[in-house]
Design a protein around this ligand. Structure first.
Ligand SMILES: Nc1nc2c(ncn2[C@@H]2O[C@H](COP(=O)(O)OP(=O)(O)O)[C@@H](O)[C@H]2O)c(=O)[nH]1
Ligand SMILES: [Mg+2]
Ligand SMILES: [Zn+2]
Length: 372
C-alpha cells in the first residue's frame, strides 16, 4: 500500500505520512535558505563583475525545486487506460469505463483536479491505491470561481455539449438574474445553452414569464417550458438532449433532479439507489453526478447554485458575451465604450428605445458593476 495515500488512516500509515510531510517541510526550508544564500552570492558576484548564472542553475537546485513543486507527492503513474469521471469528492473521483464496475481514483496533488465529465487516464493495476495520472484536454467546460476562494476555478462540469439552465417562476414571476450570468459562463466555456422554465403547471397567468423569456428566444437560445410534475414539455426536452452530454444547473429547488427523473425512468432508478445507499434526503443533490443512459446520452445533475460568479470574465470580455450589443456598439462614440455612463453610448440608446431588451441591458450593468 502506498503510505502517502492513506485510505484507512491506520496509525502506522499516519506516522509515515507525518514523517513525509516533515521531510517535505525540511526540504522547503533548506531550499529557501539555499536560494537566499545563492541570491546573496549572485549579487556579490555581479558586483564583482563575474557572471554566476552557471552556478545558480545547478542540477541539484533544479531537482530540489521539482520536488517542491509536486509538494512531496508521488509522481503520477502511467496512464494505461482512460475513464469518464462520473462524480467527484474533495479527495478523488469515480470513473467509468465500458465493461468495468465504477472505479475510485485518488487525486494526486501533482496533477490537476478533475471535474465530472472529464476523461482521465490512470493505471488500473494499482488496486485501491489508484490515483489520477492525467486529465485529458477538455473540449468545453462550465466554470465559476469558488464561492469561498474566488481565486480558485471550480469546474462544474467538463466536455459538455448542452448546458441546461433550469429556472422556475414564483407567483407567476420569473427572476432572470441568474440566466444572464450563466449564459456568459456557458458561452465562454464553449457550451450550447438551453433554458428550461420548469414548474409551468403552477402558472395562473403566463404573461410575465413570456415577457421575461422573450429576449433569450430573440438571442437564439432554445427555451423549453416544462413541468416535471405533469410531463409538460418533457418529450421535447428529451429529444433536445438525446445523444449529448448535458449538465443541468440552476438554483436549488427549481426541479433539476425531478426533470432528470421525468426525462429518463432509468435515471430515477439510479437516483433512488444512490440516495438510499448514502442515506441522504431524496430531494437534495449534494454533489454533481453523471448518469449514463443507453445510446450515449449523459446527463449531469448538480447541486443548487446560490449565486453564480463569473470565472475569468473582465469588463472587455463581458461586452463580447452580450451578442446583441455588437451592432449598436459600432456606433458608440468611444471605441472602448463600456456602455455604462459614457457620452454617446449607442448601446444605452438602443436599450432606451427597446431595440435591445432593457432587462438584458440592466443585467449587463449589474454584472459589470459586480466585476469592479
Ligand atoms: N409543481 C411542480 N413542482 C415541481 C416540479 N418539478 C419539481 N417540483 C418540486 O420541486 C421540489 C424540488 O425539486 P428538485 O427536483 O429536488 O429540485 P432541484 O433542487 O433543482 O434538484 C420538489 O418538491 C419537486 O417535487 C414541477 O414541474 N411542478
Ligand atoms: Mg437536485
Ligand atoms: Zn457604448
Amino acid at each position: 500500500m502506498n503510505p502517502r495515500r492513506p485510505i484507512s488512516g491506520g496509525s502506522a500509515t499516519k506516522d509515515k505520512a507525518a514523517a513525509g510531510r516533515k521531510r517535505a517541510r525540511k526540504v522547503a526550508r533548506a531550499m529557501k535558505q539555499s536560494l537566499k544564500k545563492q541570491g546573496r552570492q549572485r549579487v556579490n558576484e555581479l558586483h564583482e563583475g563575474r557572471d554566476s548564472f552557471e552556478k545558480l542553475s545547478s542540477g541539484r537546485l533544479q531537482q530540489a525545486a521539482q520536488e517542491l513543486e509536486v509538494g512531496g507527492h508521488e509522481p503520477a503513474a502511467e496512464a494505461k487506460v482512460d475513464g469518464l469521471v462520473v462524480s467527484v469528492s474533495r479527495k478523488g473521483c469515480t470513473v467509468r469505463r465500458a465493461g468495468h464496475p465504477d472505479e475510485r481514483l485518488w487525486f494526486n496533488n501533482a496533477v490537476a483536479t478533475a471535474a465530472v465529465g472529464d476523461t482521465v487516464g490512470f493505471d488500473p493495476d494499482r488496486g485501491a491505491d489508484r490515483a489520477l495520472s492525467v486529465v485529458r484536454e477538455r473540449r468545453s467546460s462550465l466554470s465559476r470561481p469558488d464561492p469561498f476562494e474566488p481565486a480558485l476555478e471550480r469546474v462544474i462540469a467538463a466536455n459538455i455539449d448542452v448546458g441546461v439552465l433550469v429556472v422556475a417562476p414564483i407567483d407567476d414571476e420569473l427572476r432572470t438574474g441568474v440566466i444572464d450570468r450563466v449564459l456568459v459562463a456557458m458561452q465562454r466555456g464553449g457550451v450550447q445553452p438551453v433554458l428550461v422554465v420548469n414548474k409551468c403547471d403552477l402558472l395562473a397567468d403566463d404573461a410575465a414569464v413570456r415577457a421575461a423569456i422573450a429576449p433569450y428566444t430573440g438571442l437564439g437560445v432554445h427555451v423549453h417550458t416544462c413541468a416535471a410534475k405533469t410531463g409538460l414539455g418533457v418529450a421535447a426536452l428529451r429529444e433536445h438532449v438525446r445523444d449529448k452530454t448535458c449538465v443541468f444547473v440552476g438554483h436549488s429547488g427549481v426541479g433539476k433532479s425531478s426533470l432528470l427523473n421525468a426525462l429518463w425512468p432509468q435515471a430515477q432508478q439510479e437516483t433512488a439507489e444512490v440516495r438510499s445507499r448514502d442515506g441522504r434526503g431524496r430531494h437534495t443533490t449534494t454533489a454533481s453526478r453523471l448518469l449514463s443512459l443507453p445510446g450515449g446520452t449523459h446527463l449531469i445533475d448538480t447541486p443548487g447554485i446560490r449565486s453564480f460568479g463569473l470565472w475569468e470574465v473582465d469588463a472587455d470580455a463581458l461586452r463580447g458575451w452580450f451578442a446583441e450589443f455588437a451592432e449598436p456598439a459600432a456606433q458608440c462614440r468611444f471605441r472602448d465604450c463600456r456602455h455604462d455612463a459614457e457620452p454617446g453610448c449607442a448601446v444605452r440608446v438602443a436599450a432606451d428605445e427597446g431595440t435591445i431588451a432593457p432587462a438584458r441591458y440592466a443585467a449587463y450593468l449589474r454584472i459589470l458593476n459586480s466585476l469592479d
